[in-house]
Design a protein around this ligand. Structure first.
Ligand code: NDP
Length: 284
């Protein structure tokens, strides 16, 4: 039996349409949700991500500001830009594209962003809020992964969810979101002994390791929902995930492809967080 393929592109379109309705309601009341994205330097991948974020805002009729600063921008100058945007009422969401050049302390940058505008959800106050069940902004990639499960009709409550990876941007917040949705959660890392024993017990398996095709079909419980967060560029130029799609799809009940799975959801949830922030600012 072959798994049901979770179509991230289609679900992203559906979710964007839902948030467009909410953005239009705000606009009819004179509030246009606004996102500011700061990029420092010339990293080609970062430039593509930023361009896509700005494009998604335009699609939904949001206000967006793209602030491209040269690689030699000082930390003080960047912090001053952040401070100005923190105070700008047109801006409801603010993020600095990571990585920043080495002479800039990224923790200082994340801490400088007004937590009420921190649509990436990386500020320690928002990380703490998520951990204590008072979520304000969920980080976009795990939030998008959760929405994929929900929109696909995968039940989470009481299920065993295994997250492979514990990064601050994917693994840890993913585990917290699943926990908040009443899953029983296991987190695996590079130090986990007998990884397959854990993954084979997962009703929901989320993989975010950056290791191409490391989860194979024999490591998956029949019928499980598999969310592959990984994006890896292979020698032939093609993209692949952290899950071996070909063998996994023969065992899983649901599976996300790469590309076309989690990827399209990340920017969608960024837009969602921006609209939600504008709703809060408007007192809705
Ligand atoms: P990190 O490198 O920050 O973290 C990887 C995690 O995987 C670490 O916690 C590491 O464990 C764990 N890990 C590595 N090897 C193994 C292994 N053999 N067994 C078990 N655990 C292992 O990566 P990110 O979380 O930032 O990204 C993960 C993947 O997701 C990447 O492919 C990235 O490109 C992709 N990604 C996709 C996004 C999207 O929009 N779809 C957005 C963000 C990321 P340990 O802590 O012990 O080292």
């Amino acid at each position: 039996m072959s798994a049901r393929i979770i179509d991230g592109k289609a679900i992203a379109q559906e979710v964007r349409a839902e948030w467009k309705v909410r953005a239009d309601i705000l606009k009819s009341k004179g509030v246009t949700p606004g996102l500011a994205v700061i990029i420092v330097g010339e990293d080609p991948a970062s430039k593509v991500y930023v361009a896509n974020k700005v494009k998604a805002c335009a699609e939904l009729g949001l206000h967006s500001e793209h602030i491209a600063l040269p690689a030699d921008t000082s930390e003080a100058e960047l912090l001053a830009r952040i401070d100005a945007l923190n105070k700008d009422p047109k801006i409801h969401g603010l993020l600095v594209q990571l990585p920043v050049p080495k002479h800039i302390d990224s923790d200082k940058v994340l801490n400088a962003i007004n937590p009420e505008k921190d649509v990436d959800g990386f500020h320690p106050i928002n990380v703490g809020a998520l951990a204590t069940g008072n979520m304000r902004f969920a980080p976009c990639t795990p939030y998008g992964s959760l929405v994929l499960l929900q929109k696909s009709g995968v039940s989470i409550e009481g299920k065993h969810a295994v997250v492979v990876g514990r990064s601050n941007i994917v693994g840890k917040p993913m585990a917290l979101l699943l926990l908040q949705n009443n899953a029983t959660v296991t987190i695996c890392t590079s130090r986990t002994q007998d990884l397959a024993k854990h993954t084979r017990d997962a009703d929901i398996l989320v993989v975010a390791t950056g290791k191409p095709k490391m989860i194979t079909g024999d490591m998956i419980k029949p019928g499980a929902a598999v969310i592959d967060v990984g994006i890896n560029r292979m020698a032939d130029g093609k993209l692949c995930g952290d899950v071996d799609f070909e063998s996994a799809k023969e065992v899983a009940g649901y599976i996300t492809p790469v590309p076309g799975g989690v990827g399209p959801m990340t920017i969608t949830m960024l837009v969602a967080n921006t609209v939600q922030s504008a709703e809060r600012a408007a007192g809705k």
